[in-house]
Design a protein around this ligand. Structure first.
Ligand code: HEM
Length: 251
């Protein structure tokens, strides 16, 4: 006897291999490609954040100010913000099964927590210095901080875009929110890379094989490359979304 519960998944065609559950999977190869990139991004986030934590906690607790700022900034930007942006991607592994409303909630919570940690880490290190923003590392971090704050404010108006539609057209909040968020995330990457370029980090990563001036800094450069790779993968979706929304507004 036919099971009424599986009635809907009965094959409609066998020869043409067109099954009901396969409907809407025309871009199957593209979906596999996107899922693979998503997996790669998670692996790279894990490696980069994990190694930064090992570096930050290398002298144990209590943390010195520089180490505390590394831990806070990297968890804020490269872990929470990264996952917060990914949470909205349709093919993101751990949020794919969530309803859109819950994806937005997840995104909001991660972005608020990530921004607070990253801004706290940046301000604490700035207070620890006598002259501020005199290095490229610090200057890019400042740009990241400013865009993070703007994107946060903009995020609130995007979240309540429907309620505020009389005063601000939805896309006027949402498109800049994606762009400011991407700028904040990319400038935090540049700042991070300048951080990896400090000799005390390069020495730590290459310490076993270093000999005099001839140090092996390949690992620090690999950290930059891995950070750049996951940042690029992550910003593709918000850029495409912002582009599509802009095209729709123009039409
Ligand atoms: C996304 C990650 C990071 C952010 C947002 C960030 C942010 C900042 C900020 C805002 C300052 C103070 C700048 C100033 O007031 O002049 C600073 C200083 C500093 N950071 Fe970072 N940082 C990050 C990661 C790192 C990493 C990974 C390292 C080292 C491995 C590092 C090492 C330093 C050092 C040595 C200073 C003091 C010298 C300077 O100002 O350039 N930072 N950082």
């Amino acid at each position: 006897m036919a099971n009424p519960e599986i009635g809907n998944s009965i094959p409609t065609s066998i020869n043409g291999s067109k099954f009901k559950e396969d409907e809407g999977k025309e871009n199957y190869s593209l979906q596999i490609f996107q899922s693979t990139l998503n997996l790669l991004a998670h692996i790279l986030i894990g490696i980069v954040v994990g190694i930064c934590m090992l570096f930050g906690f290398r002298y144990g607790v209590p943390l010195r100010m520089t180490n505390l700022h590394i831990v806070l900034c990297v968890i804020g930007y490269q872990l929470m913000m990264a996952e917060g942006i990914l949470a909205l991607c349709p093919y993101n592994s751990w949020t794919a099964g969530l309803k859109l409303a819950d994806k937005k909630r997840t995104h909001t919570i991660l972005q608020i927590m990530g921004s607070v940690l990253a801004i706290a880490g940046s301000i604490l290190k700035s207070l620890d210095k006598t002259t501020n923003f005199n290095t490229l590392h610090g200057q890019y971090a400042l740009v990241a901080m400013v865009f993070t704050i703007v994107s946060l404010v903009n995020g609130v108006t995007s979240l309540y875009a429907y309620e505020l539609r009389k005063y601000i057209p939805g896309n006027f909040s949402k498109i800049p929110h994606s762009i400011f968020g991407v700028v904040a995330f990319v400038t935090s990457l540049v700042s991070l890379c300048y951080g990896f370029n400090y000799s005390f980090f390069k020495t730590w990563t290459g310490v076993e094989r270093s000999s005099g001036d001839n140090q092996h800094h390949g690992f620090a450069y690999a950290m930059m490359a891995m950070s750049a790779a996951f940042t690029f993968i992550i910003i593709v979706n918000p850029m495409v979304t912002a582009f599509n929304k802009t095209v729709r507004v123009k039409k």
